[in-house]
Design a protein around this ligand. Sequence first.
Ligand SMILES: Nc1ncnc2c1ncn2[C@@H]1O[C@H](COP(=O)(O)OP(=O)(O)OP(=O)(O)O)[C@@H](O)[C@H]1O
Length: 870
Amino acid sequence: MSNNTPMMRQYLEIKSQHPDAILFFRLGDFYEMFMEDAVTASRVLGLTLTSRNKGAVEQVPLCGIPYHSSQGYIARLIDNGFKVAICEQVEDPKDAKGIVKREVVQVVTPGLVVDSDNLQPKENNFLLALAVAEGEHFGLSCVDITTGVFRLTECRGMEELRSEISNLNPREILVADEELTATACGRLKPLFAERLINRLPEWVFEPDRARRLLLDFFGVANLQGFGCEHLHLGVRAAGAVLHYLQQTRQGALDHIRSLSPYACADYLILDAATRRNLELTATQGDGRKKGSLLGVMDRTLTAMGGRKLRHWINYPLNDAGQIRARLQAVGELRDKSMLRGDLRESLDGVYDLERLGARIAMAGAGAKDLVGLRTSLEKLPAILNLLGELEAPLLTHLAAAIDPLEDVRDLIAEALVDDPPFVLREGGLIRDGFNAELDELRLISREGKGWIARLEQQERERTGIGSLKVRYNKVFGYYIEITKTHLARVPEDYQRKQTLVNAERFITPALKEYENKVLGAEERIQALEYDLFQEVRAQVAVQGARLQATADALAELDVLLGLADLAHEADYVCPRIDESTVLHIEDGRHPVVERMNLGERFVPNDVLLDTEEHQLLIITGPNMAGKSTFMRQVALITLMAHLGSFVPARAARIGLVDRIFTRVGASDNLASGQSTFMVEMTETANILHNATTRSLIILDEIGRGTSTFDGVSIAWAVAEYLHDHAPVAAKTLFATHYHELADLALTCKRVKNWNVAVREWNDQVIFLRKIVKGGASHSYGIQVARLAGIPPAVVERAKEVLRNLEAGEFSAEGRPALARGRGRPQAPSPQLSLFDPGSDALRRKLEDIDVSVLTPLEALNVLDGLKKMV
Ligand SMILES: Nc1ncnc2c1ncn2[C@@H]1O[C@H](COP(=O)(O)OP(=O)(O)OP(=O)(O)O)[C@@H](O)[C@H]1O
């Protein structure tokens, strides 16, 4: 095929507008790709590359895929990071010269993760735009394509930005091209790992343009109504998001109805490392929900409730009033078990109204979706009745926000049958009685079918052929089939249409006349049903805002019910929230570990942290004793309280916390070119720079990633800094195997020592899991190594080395000198000397001295000589 054909000219024109997308060009039942698109597609999808030669000047590579299987191919391209622009025939297919016109109807990009079945956006399709200004000031705007939730915020500093990006977890980030190359943004690169970066021209982020675009889109005179007029950077980012969506979604944006600003400071801040370390929504090992805090807390019944709980965990509140309102609601629901059970029963089976609403607005919802909406809405009166019996202000507020949408429910009930087919164009969607024209057509169709059945009987009698049949196929429509043995009796007026091996097929003028009537009516029925369905869907779409508000309230109710259920079943207690800086947990438990049923009863522990006496707790104890579990449980209980949940404890007083920092375990970030120790130090630096009086810090074995002396020194200095850096005095839990750190309490008055108790019995350690006052003296690492299955020979040798080290500690250079002395560690052999050869000479000289015969002056001279030797 030449690149000078009308189609290629069309292709090149569209390609010039979408240079970074692979164009899927609709040709009848196929999508074709041309030129470099074909080359890429054939490489990624394993398709055969061809080129057609019709005497053309230049050959064009091309490859094609059938329309019916295209969605899987498109999804694969998207998964591989490509963008696809789908070009379909337009309504009025031919231009003046009779050439079929095509245009882009949809651009699918990796940010808009699509379902391979229907190319509809999948869950959590966050597309994020980032606007950058001087002084590490960032504007962020993100949209969830599936729900139409469009938000913006601003943040300062790399840490806040990192936290926000990890929290939103967008697949695609839009940035101005120039900003990406600027030096400040060089530091952003690790943040962008594994996400698709889409560079847009600078003008897309231009403030006036962005603002104007938003005003036009929402049809408002200013952005004050959304409360974001003053967020200039955020507005720039929001304008870029909207620009990009308009380019790629081709107008399917009706479900985006507002823009909501939020401030990072409105929430308890959790940075990316903390979210990962505390395994809030996924485990560190396999990234699954099971085994995470969300896994334990999620008792929601609806998909929208599940999403809301995830959001609450990622964005815990930091306003005491709002937290107490949630706790009060959870408390009432927990206490009223019967009512809670009834409410949960009513809520069970309610569809994901949030996404359904968005699909309806985008005209992507099918008849089954609308029927699902109707059955969900039918449950609302019962839910509202039950809510009427509750008193907590938040629950009353939710009841007021739930709109039963009776008009929508009745409209769908009147219009659609209870079990419509998936395929809209097949008909069978609309109820009898909904539309007079449809009823009439159905009558004709039904009568026609009856007539055809009667005709069969009539013709059998007329011809005397008992086996005569009236049949139908797509090629001939209705026909009469007669087996060969009866052909002699075929009447004159039968017209032969087809000869088969055993039979012949005929039509008659009367049959064809009726057929036209019946089939005409059926075609009309299908078209009319489709139109009527679209009308109903459009009428429901108009009520989208009411539907979204109801969905939001139901989701919140679902979360509160789930939290109440959990509180009841797992014996949680209502935390006391106040504005103090005290954290006091009595008999606290780790919400996840206590449920893991590891064959060991979970031992509860107390903790008291404040800014006066108990600011920094040094926690020592053997390996495997439970230090990390204890510290994590304090962080998790604090976080659970902030999101409005009851907590696993006997009692808890939680003074508001502004941030939770954690530095736990080893995590390489090789992708960003950082070693394990470097990551550890970077995270520690972040904590030291950003902690406030209200922060909670969890430090697990700081400094273990380097040599022992360096590690102890760093750990000591970090702890001292956190203590001395008044007036910050951030509450800190500091677990360590450096028992020397216990001495900090001698000079730092807000430092206290605790350890996780163990008992030694027959060379075995018994873990008591109880936090007790004071520092630990042993790490019992070797015993734990034996428990882990280290070969006995290695364990024995380790004990031997340990004994010698304990006797001599370190060489003058700080090395464990006994490492050289295998075999006879305790023999007084020169090989095992704790001193170096130079020191041996010193020792010999010392041994030679007879103190009893030396005068004081001689003694001084000898001393001087020894000093010189040193
Ligand atoms: N309070 C507890 N009650 C019951 N089991 C516990 C408790 N705390 C911890 N455990 C169990 O002990 C295991 C080890 O705990 P953890 O990892 O907290 O020890 P650690 O002291 O931090 O060890 P290391 O110093 O080796 O990192 C946990 O996986 C858990 O199964």
